[in-house]
Design a protein around this ligand. Sequence first.
Ligand code: ADP
Length: 447
Amino acid sequence: MFEKVLIANRGEIALRLHRACREMGIRTVAVHSTADTDAMHVRLADESVCIGPPPAMESYLNMPSILAAAEITGSEGIHPGYGFLSENADFANIVEEHGYTFIGPSAEHIRTMGDKITAKQTVRELGIPVVPGSDGAVNDADEARALADDIGYPVLIKAASGGGGRGMKLVRQAAEFETALAAAKTESKAAFNDDAVYIEKYLERPRHIEVQVIGDGTGKVVHLGERDCSLQRNNQKVLEEAPSPALNDAARKKIGQTVVDALSRINYTSLGTVEFLYEDGEFYFIEMNTRLQVEHPITEAITGIDLVREQIRIAAGAPLSFSQEDIRFSGHAIECRVNAEHPTTFVPSPGIVGDFHAPGGLGVRVDSALYAGYRIPPNYDSLIAKLVVHGSNRNDCLMRLNRALGEFVVGGIEVNIPLHEQMIQQQDFIDGDYHIHWLEEFLGRHN
Ligand code: ADP
């Protein structure tokens, strides 16, 4: 096992990683920008190294500084968390070339899944269902238009290197196609320095359902059920739940097995999430995330498994400590992402935190790096806390969530807690009857 791990991240996830290491008897090294000198992850870690100024490009994305920090502290493993360098195949490679262990999947798997066209082709060959669309990148405008006619409108033009919902263009009719294609290419080139785009059938009201997997590099891959992340705004997840209210046991087992079969064939190692759109009983692959995800705690809640501990064990060369038959799903869990932003205008609200009180009690977990008096820097993501509630069933979970949201106090700044309180009281949500556009339609009606 590692003696010392460097945590190449900040905020709540840096704390989450630190906690797993501490429980395993591993010493931790925090890295931080000059904006994060007083951050909780720095205070809790055994050692810390300042790696640069506030802009992420010069600190949390600065590979030479991070490697230098690993060297001077004698770290053995480097955990990238999510975001920042977590899905950067070059970083995974460089870490390994310098003799450290990258706590995550192989650089090869990160690279394959990082390009959406290659990812789609790869998983289709492995037997995972994909959204109907072009076989690869489309270049010639006439050819692309003929293809779109074949697929049938509406279609979505997507960037091969896309992420965070950027570089997507919805085309409702043939007359708009050519302009949209040109715009998608230009935008994609500007945002990702890659103008490769592809076409997909646009699904009108799907759910976003993702399957959590873990593999140990010996071909053994286990799935840990699904998460329903359909409640989104600007393609950003806002609230997630596990299991999905839309799946029964048979459907869950079937998609889980399909994913496991596929990923064992490529000997997938570490944590991964395969994301699908789900409509009319059918799953359609959209992408695979080769990293730990923000919403992993709801899976931990219903399985009782510490995903980060398993991930670290596997990176250290240990085999998976459980098999598929050992996984038992228990009850229901929901995560609310608490953001430092205005609850109706969504304008970010960094600043000094006044009062801070995190809810507690049975089945309530709060992952957050906040404390009273902490100054939230304006340079990073607005996610400041995750409220994760577990109940014996969905109804129990909803009652507990309502109670926990009512206890949550974050003073001095604007937070989106009122939005969560409002959302979970809507009949559609109570009925589990929602899709990926539900939240935006709801906001359109109420703002
Ligand atoms: P990104 O990597 O940019 O987040 P994804 O492929 O994961 O892109 O898609 C992000 C979101 O866009 C999905 O969660 C879904 O809301 C929407 N989306 C993607 N593909 C389709 C599609 N074929 N039909 C309808 N909506 C889609």
